[in-house]
Write a protein that binds this ligand. Structure first.
Ligand SMILES: Cc1cc2nc3c(=O)[nH]c(=O)nc-3n(C[C@H](O)[C@H](O)[C@H](O)COP(=O)(O)OP(=O)(O)OC[C@H]3O[C@@H](n4cnc5c(N)ncnc54)[C@H](O)[C@@H]3O)c2cc1C
Length: 471
């Protein structure tokens, strides 16, 4: 393999071929620190031609490739296995905004651009790139596309797939497919772009993309409401959509226990409600993006909340009156995962069911989990407006992390079987990676799995692109 590494150095410069443990360590361990793999090298090409040159060398020497962006993925997709045979191919040096076209409402960006950098470049051009998620300061647009990331504005703008008009891809053979024309209409055969989006690097390497831009809203207004149950939240969603139409951008459910954990572990944060004799068991964070004005947005919210109070859907509500207040409300939501991690180990599920079934899913599955692990503490939150929940389980008080994690397979089985009965998905937005590769075999139909294997075989016959992930 020394020959291979020397050829890589010749192709992209020795400084971009990392082999020393101190240099490669951060690329080999996953985001949650659960798994550390080994790699022949971490290779960092600086442009598309260099990516193609490295892929051709990998073909020649039959070296597997693990693509990596910001390494914030949550399903062990961006780290290598322990064989030490693969390279990690980091796209982070491909970080240029190539063009912004405000008339076409598109921008062409390289895969290694941080999501925040993409949002900022859009804002600098007076436009909005609406993908938004808590890891936006460290995840890359290539990673977002490869996982078809969701985030907090899917309700209004869709997943990353819906935000992409074209891709530049280096195929498993090292050829460059350039489809960066930014067309909104193009019915000329198979949608190749859509194969690579959400493929988690198993079919080819995304090196650049054309992204859709939107007008910047004049105002974004956030509200937090307290309510008795997820059933009430569903009715509120219905009402909010009737009142606000497509300006409803976010609708996030949080159980009271989620916020209790946030306040316990981040005591500088607080709930903006007066303490009451009967604390609310659930909360919803709503956001509307208004194209007219802050006053217009506020009056829409006031009407909605008045209506919701009359119909006894909510018991309390607060509308943010400043950007700082909005940020503080979002911070409560964004701190839940970190608060749960500080509380101890937990078992996470990223599931979706049809929106109409979500309340019943929670009710039924909570009971099943109490039977399987009595006293387990549910940390239920997520993008209710998309039918997507982070349905996480913390250990019962007194049960050690180790004993609890030993039950992981059994708990996953309870949750995922229930998801299946509700016609849902066991991975709504994080993908399959290595973590859920075996689990999905139980839930996808044989026909779907066979079609997926055929596509993989056709595009990557040597199985060099992120082997062991997804399939
Ligand atoms: C705090 C936090 C909050 C999060 N919130 C959300 C959320 O709300 N919604 C959501 O969907 N996800 C969320 N995630 C998960 C994660 O941020 C996303 O999956 C993100 O899209 C991954 O981007 P990345 O650049 O870090 O990709 P990586 O983690 O580096 O890679 C992810 C996968 O894509 C592949 N890949 C990466 N770049 C390329 C490329 N250029 N070409 C081909 N394959 C590639 C990798 O091999 C891997 O399989 C969150 C993660 C964290 C830590």
């Amino acid at each position: 393999m020394n020959d291979f590494l020397q050829c890589c150095r010749n192709a992209i410069g020795g400084a971009n071929v990392l082999t020393e443990a101190a240099d490669t360590a951060s690329y080999l361990t996953d985001q949650r620190g659960r798994f550390t793999g080994r790699a022949l090298a971490v290779i960092k090409p600086g442009n598309t031609n260099e990516v193609a040159a490295i892929v051709k060398l990998c073909q020649q020497y039959q070296v597997p490739i693990v693509p990596q962006g910001g390494n914030t993925g949550l399903v062990l997709g961006s780290v290598p296995d322990t064989s030490g045979r693969a390279i990690v191919l980091s796209l982070t040096r491909l970080n240029r905004i190539r063009t912004v076209d405000p008339i076409n409402n598109t921008m062409t960006v390289e895969a290694g651009c941080l999501l925040q950098q993409v949002q900022q470049a859009a804002a600098d051009a007076g436009r909005l790139f609406p993908l938004s998620l808590a890891a936006e300061g460290s995840c890359t647009i290539g990673g977002n596309l490869s996982t078809n990331a969701g985030g907090t504005a899917v309700l209004r703008y869709g997943n990353t797939r819906e935000l992409c008009l074209g891709l530049e891809v280096v195929t498993a053979q090292g050829d460059i497919m350039s489809s960066l024309r930014g067309l909104r209409k193009d019915n000329t055969g198979y949608a190749l772009r859509d194969l690579f989006i959400g493929a988690e690097g198993t079919l080819g390497l995304i090196t650049a993309a054309v992204l859709k831009l939107f007008p910047q809203p004049r105002a974004q207004v956030t509200a937090l409401v307290a309510l008795p149950s997820p059933e009430h939240a569903l009715k509120l969603l219905n009402l909010a959509q009737a009142h606000c139409g497509s300006s409803l951008t976010g609708f996030e459910l949080m159980s009271a226990f989620c916020l209790e954990l946030v306040i316990r572990h981040f005591p500088q944060q607080r709930l903006p409600f007066e303490p009451s004799a009967q604390p609310s068991p659930h909360f919803v964070l709503l956001e509307i993006s208004d194209s007219e004005s802050a006053e217009h947005a506020n009056s829409r919210f006031e009407d909605l909340i008045e209506n919701a109070l009359e119909e006894a859907l909510v018991s309390d509500a607060v509308i943010a009156t400043s950007i700082n207040q909005s940020k503080a409300l979002w911070q409560l939501r964004e701190s839940i995962s970190m608060a749960q991690a500080r509380e101890g180990k937990n078992i996470k599920h990223d599931i979706s069911v049809p929106i109409s079934h979500i309340a019943e899913f929670i009710r039924v599955t909570d009971v099943l989990l109490q039977q399987a692990a009595p006293g387990c503490r549910m940390v239920t939150f997520g993008h209710l407006g998309d039918g997507n929940l982070h349905y996480n389980v913390s250990p019962p008080i007194g049960v050690t992390d180790t004993d609890f994690i030993a039950q992981q397979s059994a708990i996953n089985r309870v949750v995922h079987d229930s998801v299946d009965r509700f016609h849902g998905s066991i991975s709504a937005e994080h993908g399959l990676g290595a973590l859920k590769r075996d689990e999905i075999l139980r839930y996808k139909s044989p026909v779907e799995l066979q079609l997926m294997r055929s596509i993989k075989q056709a595009l990557d016959p040597d199985n060099l692109m992120n082997p062991g992930k997804v399939l």
